[in-house]
Design a protein around this ligand. Structure first.
Ligand code: MN
Ligand code: MN
Length: 402
């Protein structure tokens, strides 16, 4: 019922498109095609009603769409989930979203006391806390240790090869999004502490750690730890100050001031404020109901998005007479290939919140409106036939949210 206004409902009921059964339930067969009749005709055959309802702009694209842009969306709801004793994880890589060459994403839950096993990997790891609290640790290249507590809206970044760990804290552990600077990264193939021990002869372990071989007879058996249930109490690290790292692997975005606009706000995290994050830059964007993230593009790299709250329409212009529109929801990943023009519209009833993430040391975007505001009126007229009212609408100050 949410999808149809009362007027439309009465019209449809009168036309017989909706049959009201004795139990007063709506017979939803072909409801969508009657409401949003695609220009090519209705869909009397089999179709997935729920998917259709979620994708009005794919079922019946705006007239301005044209051509066959690749799929630019994948939902974590559709990705394989790996359940473990201390939590779960799922990922969206190039395998799931073919165009996502620059970034792959992981969505992970650690229950209270859940531990992501001590590990490292070839890729840089950038994280955004969606929910709850975690304690993270790392060791820098000078052999100094880093420990911090992370809460909702905070970030961390571990450069390639830096060993680290994560523990879910009370009262209810945590859930976070990880972005890796390689679309082919596989969270299931990281360098795990227990895995290396398993693949090192005990005489070598004995030599390396200078204790007798028999000490290693009690190592955990084949199955890897990966995400396991540990103590529910926060692990205590009693490390002398002189072994504490001067590097900041975390960024407390939750307490940073946003750049505010009439219809929303943006927080940017890149090497200008989060120095260590050399391979990943990001913006946390909030759009009020009905607002749009203005027509723009990025001059540095592809955009990887994660939708945190709400519903959006994402329109992408790919040059060569090609454009495509996607419907996005919280939990979805979106992708915009390098330099393609785009907008994001909040089409839900609540504030839309999402992340724009780039494999880049800096955040940058080009505003169409700002560019045209600095372009002489005559030149704009020659291109678009638009009158002086259009020129008046332009603003030399960038307004990323309108
Ligand atoms: Mn990691
Ligand atoms: Mn963008």
């Amino acid at each position: 019922m949410k999808l149809i206004s009362r007027r439309n409902f009465m019209k449809l009921a009168a036309s017989g498109a909706i049959a009201i059964s004795t139990t007063n339930k709506i017979n939803a067969k072909s409801l969508l095609s009657d409401l949003n009749t695609p220009r090519g005709g209705s869909d009397p055959g089999p179709h997935n009603e729920l998917r259709d309802q979620e994708n009005p702009d794919i079922i019946n694209p705006p007239l301005t769409d044209k051509g066959t842009l690749p799929n630019l969306r994948f939902s974590f709801s559709d990705s394989h989930i790996r359940n473990e004793s201390g939590g779960w994880t799922r990922q969206i890589t190039q395998r799931e979203l073919t165009v996502s060459k620059t970034i792959s994403g992981v969505n992970m839950r650690l229950n209270t006391g859940g531990i992501r096993e001590l590990h490292w990997h070839k890729e840089a790891e950038w994280a955004y806390m969606l929910y709850g609290n975690a304690q993270i640790t790392a060791m820098d290249t000078n052999g100094k240790f880093f420990i911090d507590n992370i809460k909702t809206d905070d970030l961390w970044y571990f450069p390639p090869g830096i060993p680290h760990s994560i523990q879910g804290l009370i009262p209810d552990g945590c859930e976070f999004i990880l972005a890796f600077d390689n679309g082919n990264f596989d969270e299931d193939s990281t360098f795990l502490l227990s895995d290396w021990f398993k693949h090192t002869p005990t005489d070598i372990l004995s030599k390396n750690f200078q204790i007798s071989k028999k000490n290693f007879n009690i190592l955990p058996k084949p199955e890897e730890k990966y995400i396991f249930q540990g103590t529910k109490n926060k692990i205590k690290y009693n490390i002398n100050k002189k072994y504490i790292s001067k590097k900041k692997f975390s960024y407390k975005m939750s307490v940073k001031k946003a750049i505010k606009f009439k219809k929303g706000k943006i927080k940017i995290a890149d090497t200008s404020n989060f120095k260590i994050s050399k391979n990943i830059s990001a913006a946390l964007v909030e759009l009020k109901k009905g607002a749009i993230r203005e027509l723009h593009w990025h001059p540095n790299n592809d955009e990887w998005q994660y939708y945190i709250i709400g519903k959006a329409k994402m329109g992408v212009f790919a040059s060569s007479d090609t454009a495509r529109t996607f419907d996005m929801k919280a939990g979805d990943v979106g992708y915009i290939p390098f330099a393609m023009g785009h907008y994001i519209e909040n089409i839900g009833n609540e504030t839309l919140k999402f992340l724009e993430i780039f494999k880049s040391s800096y955040y940058a975007d080009i505003s169409l409106k700002q560019w045209l505001s600095l372009t002489p009126e005559q030149l704009i007229q020659d291109h678009l036939n638009l009158n002086s009212n259009f020129k008046k609408s332009l603003n030399k100050e960038k307004t990323p949210i309108i």
